[in-house]
Design a protein around this ligand. Structure first.
Ligand SMILES: CC(C)(COP(=O)(O)OP(=O)(O)OC[C@H]1O[C@@H](n2cnc3c(N)ncnc32)[C@H](O)[C@@H]1OP(=O)(O)O)[C@@H](O)C(=O)NCCC(=O)NCCS
Length: 157
């Protein structure tokens, strides 16, 4: 698995932008009220863009800003997550964190099984996000109203 993963380079920027637009509806993410542009993140790509994880390191924290696996259940998400942990430790980070939405039961299961713990609820946050990203549906995955942001974290030894 690990051999198929590489760090993004500046040459990947236009493909990263396309990937985010295709999978997340825009070339930016909005998390905890902040706008994170595609050219402000680092990342790992799995194989021929079968998986992508982006992140930002700030001080002792590393935030996963996006994670996508296009072939689910084969260990791609796990491999990318292990890679960002290695990278975060290299930077001296003590905390890895990320946000997801209340409807994304698959992600909530994946992250908690991986070892993340819930640490914050931003109730109703998606209404604000939707003002900047009107493509976000009212009903999200699993037929669940898409409303809240949930933050999960993991301490890095
Ligand atoms: C959440 C997501 C990233 C998980 O990625 P994934 O590639 O399916 O993850 P993995 O294959 O590593 O793990 C998923 C399952 O496969 C299992 N698995 C299968 N083969 C595996 C392997 N070789 N190694 C590790 N786990 C494996 C895992 O145990 C896990 O089991 P579970 O279904 O009981 O939880 C993926 O579902 C996804 O891209 N979702 C859409 C985008 C999204 O919602 N991203 C998160 C936004 S916050």
């Amino acid at each position: 698995m690990q051999a198929d993963i590489r760090l993004l380079t500046p040459e990947d920027l236009s493909l990263l932008r396309e990937f985010w637009i295709q999978h997340w509806g825009a070339d930016f993410m909005i998390v905890h009220g902040d706008t994170i542009r595609y050219d402000e993140v680092e990342g790992f790509v799995f194989g021929e863009w079968k998986g992508l994880l982006t992140f930002q390191v700030r001080g002792e924290g590393c935030e996963v800003t996006s994670l996508d696996s296009l072939e689910e259940g084969k260990g791609i998400g796990t491999a990318l997550m292990n890679e960002v942990i290695r990278e975060a430790k290299k930077h001296g980070c003590r905390r890895l964190f990320l946000s997801t939405t209340n409807d994304n039961l698959n992600a909530l299961r994946f992250y908690q099984k991986f070892g993340f713990e819930l640490c914050a609820l931003r109730r109703g946050a998606i209404a604000e996000t939707r003002k900047l990203k009107p493509s976000i549906p009212l009903i999200g995955m699993n037929g669940i109203p898409l409303r809240d942001e949930l933050e999960l974290e993991m301490n890095l030894p």
